[in-house]
Design a protein around this ligand. Structure first.
Ligand SMILES: Nc1ncnc2c1ncn2[C@@H]1O[C@H](COP(=O)(O)OP(=O)(O)O)[C@@H](O)[C@H]1O
Ligand SMILES: [Mg+2]
Length: 373
């Protein structure tokens, strides 16, 4: 594919992320089975809602579904439109997302559209002018991961089409306890407390992992990273996991990131036994990175990044760090350069080590960085 414009770039960004999630993916047969049934259910025209706690694996499930959809509908021409909301500037606001999806549909099916200034007009166009023009023998799967990453004004989900043509299926995901998103989504599918059976198949919860899954996943991930563990390290992890009834995949992933910092000759230090939850792991990883990088620089960089209300751009962050005399003093201990400014490479090194945890969004028309959650 030739990457010729912003739309292609956007599509590719999400495709790359999808590939990364799918490469690490394991199990979840029950959840995928429900999604397969939904996709194949010709009578169902409402969207399907995947929900679960932060870090339970919703994004992974949607990524996997994006690739599996082609097998589920193996007998027909299928296109997939996938957006991991909040992971690119274009997918960070509902307006830009709906615009991009509409353009994507026009590109796929050779349709034309208007660029309206308002999200509800775009939605109307999508529903009444684009989706229904998809040829009957073509099938489209629309996947929108993490509605909670959109701006709060989007939480009412009024921008989401509620009824799709027979050849379009839509799966969205969200955390359940944030800004009433789940309640609004339930409204869209006409969830009725008195007869929950009618919408049961449209509400797919993603539970935690069972302890036994962890070892299988780790073996696979270690092989991917071409790493191995000593018997002592292996035993330690088994004990750590067995103390729990169920494992949040995000916790499993962070413990794995910690494992990657070990050397074969490292003995298990006592701190590791205290890694009970996601917060403990993040604290441990940050402590480790403090030692790898200049401690003061690292701490100030993540403080400045976290404390900005509307996120911060990389250039702004370098500027702010360069205005911090204490940071400069700690960086230039032995030598004072002619220009008193933080060498860009120092932030780049930190950024590289935090790469998996940081995402780029758009705020006030510029690209900014923030924690990916
Ligand atoms: N089924 C799975 N197999 C392997 N790894 C998984 C699975 N589900 C989640 N993970 C890993 O756990 C972490 C959190 O998962 P993610 O899908 O981002 O959760 P959520 O979107 O619910 O916050 C990611 O690093 C992901 O790769
Ligand atoms: Mg997610």
């Amino acid at each position: 594919m030739i990457i010729s414009g912003p739309l292609q770039h956007e599509i590719l960004e999400h495709a790359i992320q999808c590939k990364t999630y799918v490469a690490k993916f394991h199990g979840r047969a029950d959840v995928l089975d429900k999604l397969e049934k939904y996709i194949k259910n010709e009578k169902e025209n409402r969207p399907c809602i995947v929900y679960g706690a932060s870090g339970c694996g919703k994004t992974s499930v949607l990524a996997k579904a994006a690739t599996e959809a082609l097998n589920w509908w193996s007998d027909r021409a299928v296109s997939v439109i996938l957006r991991f909301l909040g992971t690119t500037p274009t997918s960070s606001t509902v307006y830009k997302t709906i615009l991009s999806i509409s353009q994507h549909i026009c590109k796929l099916y050779n349709l034309s559209m208007e660029i309206y200034p308002d999200v509800l007009q775009l939605r109307h166009q999508l529903e009444t002018n684009l989706l229904i023009r998809i040829p009957a023998n073509e099938y489209l799967v629309l996947l929108l991961d993490s509605i909670d990453q959109l701006e709060p004004e989007a939480y009412d989900c009024q921008w989401l089409v509620g009824t799709f043509p027979h050849n379009v299926k839509c799966i969205v995901s969200t955390i359940p306890d944030h800004g009433n998103i789940l309640a609004h989504l339930k409204g869209i599918i006409n969830y009725n407390q008195l007869s929950p059976n009618e919408t049961e198949h449209l509400l797919v919860s993603v539970p935690s992992f069972e302890v036994s899954t962890v070892e299988i996943v780790y073996n696979d991930w270690l092989a991917m990273k071409k790493r191995s563990l000593s018997d002592e390290q292996r035993l330690f992890i088994r004990d750590l996991m067995e103390e729990r009834n169920e494992i949040l995949p995000l916790y499993m992933k962070l413990v794995f990131d910690i494992i990657l910092t070990w050397h074969s000759y490292d003995s298990i230090n006592i701190e590791l036994k205290k890694l009970r939850n996601v917060d403990d792991c993040i604290r441990y990883l940050f402590n480790h990175l403090e030692k790898v990088h200049n401690r003061l620089l690292f701490i100030r960089a993540i403080c400045y990044m976290t404390s900005c209300r509307n996120c911060i751009s990389q250039n702004e962050l370098e500027d702010v760090l360069s205005l911090d005399d204490e940071v400069l003093e700690s960086v230039f201990q032995h030598y004072i350069p002619p220009v008193r400014r933080l060498p860009g490479i120092l932030w780049t090194r930190i950024r590289n080590d935090l790469d998996e945890y940081i995402t780029e969004k758009e705020a006030d028309d510029s690209s900014v960085i923030y924690w990916y959650d």
